[in-house]
Write a protein that binds this ligand. Structure first.
Ligand code: SAM
Ligand code: SF4
Length: 465
């Protein structure tokens, strides 16, 4: 058994050393690294500073082209869809950038009861969502975990016609190993938690009260989750709190640490950037705001460094940023999100949101936009239900074998969405895109996908392989 004291020993000094003496922008070295990235085995941490130096527009374009190529090879045109489900905005912590922080007395507070959660889930099912991430403030210990476990059970139990939620990911405060065992038993998908900033001093300045003020408790969280048997975990910094170069290198150290210790790195890396939050001057003017250009560079570098790790972009970002980011490496996006508990059922409730959104389109509009760009929106939840998680997933993903599952699953789940939820225009645009996808598949995969899509058209639901 691994001792808790051994939890992720971030080497801050080594990162500061690199940032204090960054390499010069060297076109030869950069092109060598881009060639190495095309082997799709990832990059070493020592390779990243050279890529971070890129300023020359031509080299930047080469970086973006390489990221796009790697993304295409591994993920094809698939983009996985999900929505957040906020169940509580009560919080005892004081994160200076968040509207839910304890001192924000103006914020209307609400913790949804089980029937209210079921109502939210019905709204999401009516839109066509199949994958959720359940989100909450931190207002416990005590009965907090019992409440969350009941909430997860409620989400899975709701039926709306033939629809149900098939995967619940979780973004809640860190637990101890026993707590994580209970989450695993509740059959969660991925456990996500953002370190916010890996820079200890900034962390202490930004988190001034409550359990979250303990940097080490948060830093060791994924070790505890994986010790408890949760093998799909999602990490990420909150970009804007400290120098993105530091956060990028620290995130990669975190990923390597999990891979070395548990035989499998993070399932996903999220890419949140700070958005304005009610009454928070920190969120209005983040100390290290990341420009759109740098944001694209970060996404491209992570895609090359860990090609098989899913990358998540939320509705924090504006549609134009999301469109570009998907080409560069993002593999999962949310759509139609509300960040206030109860916000799906009652859209008129404006109060109680965590931060303001950059993308206000509904799911149908986002699906149509994706299809118009040639992307294949996927509502697939197959891997997790077939036990293809953690190292087992990576063993299939790395030799490319997972595609024989992903493409048919994406096509079948999109067809289900089109049959049950799409507007006529979205259906028309998506079917044209799907016809092109079928043409691009190898013969056995095409046959399997055609068979699954035909099953859905005949009325079968939840068809997956
Ligand atoms: N309360 C738990 C926690 O803090 O880990 C889990 C859920 S919290 C609601 C989800 C995430 O929202 C946080 O980890 C933080 O990164 C992000 N967040 C908070 N304020 C934000 C803001 N103003 N803009 C963008 N993201 C924000
Ligand atoms: Fe609470 Fe999480 Fe917001 Fe911090 S980020 S105030 S812990 S909800």
């Amino acid at each position: 058994m691994i001792g808790l004291t051994e939890a992720f020993p971030l080497n801050e000094a080594s990162i500061h050393q690199v940032l204090a003496a960054p390499p010069a922008e060297d076109a030869v070295r950069i092109r060598e690294l881009l060639a190495k990235a095309r082997e799709m085995k990832g990059l070493d941490d020592g390779d990243l500073p050279s890529l971070m130096t890129i300023q020359d527009p031509g080299l930047l374009q080469e970086l973006f082209d390489t990221a796009r190529w790697v993304k295409d090879q591994i993920y094809g045109n698939r983009i996985v869809m999900f929505a957040p489900l906020y169940v509580s905005n009560q919080c005892g912590n004081e994160c200076l950038y968040c509207a839910f922080r304890a001192s924000n007395l103006e914020l209307p507070r609400r913790t949804l009861g089980m029937e209210e959660i079921a109502n939210e889930v019905r709204c999401l099912l009516a839109q066509g969502q199949k994958r959720l991430v359940l989100v909450a403030g931190e207002d416990y210990p005590g009965e907090g975990l019992d409440y969350l476990i009941s909430a997860i059970r409620t989400v899975y139990e709701v039926r709306h016609g033939k629809d149900n939620i098939r995967r619940v990911n979780i973004n809640i405060a860190p637990l101890d190993v026993d707590g994580f065992r209970r989450l695993k038993d509740a059959e969660i998908g991925t456990y996500q938690l953002f370190q916010e900033t890996y820079h200890r001093e900034t962390y202490h300045r930004m988190h001034t009260r409550g359990t979250k003020a303990d940097y080490d408790w948060r830093l060791g969280c994924m070790d505890r989750a994986m010790m408890a048997g949760i093998d799909d975990v999602g990490i990420g910094p909150l970009f804007g709190l400290y120098d993105w170069r530091f956060e990028l290198l620290a995130t990669m150290q975190h990923a390597r640490h999990l891979e070395e210790r548990f035989g499998c790195g993070p399932h996903t890396i999220s890419m949140p950037r700070i958005e304005p939050a009610a009454g928070s001057s920190t969120s209005e003017a983040p100390p290290y705001a990341v420009s759109d250009e740098d944001f694209k560079k970060i996404i491209a570098i992570i895609r090359l460094a860990v090609p098989y790790t899913g990358m998540i972009l939320s509705t924090r970002e504006r549609p134009e940023v999301r469109r570009e980011a998907m080409h560069l490496g993002i593999s999962q996006i949310s759509a139609g999100s509300r960040t206030n508990p109860g916000g799906y059922l009652d859209d008129s409730i404006n109060g109680g949101t965590q931060f303001s959104l950059g993308d206000h389109r509904n799911l149908d509009e986002v699906v149509r936009d994706l299809a118009e760009m040639g992307f294949l929106p996927s509502f697939c939840t197959s891997c997790y239900r077939m036990g293809r998680t953690g190292a087992d997933f990576m063993d299939l993903a790395k030799p490319g074998e997972i595609k024989a599952h992903c493409n048919p699953n994406a096509l079948a789940t999109l067809q289900e969405y089109l049959e049950d939820h799409a507007s006529p225009l979205t259906r028309c645009v998506s079917e044209q895109m799907m016809a092109r996808c079928f043409r691009d598949l190898d013969a056995p995969t095409r046959e399997k996908a055609e068979h699954m899509v035909a099953q859905v058209k005949r009325g079968q639901r939840d068809v997956f392989c």
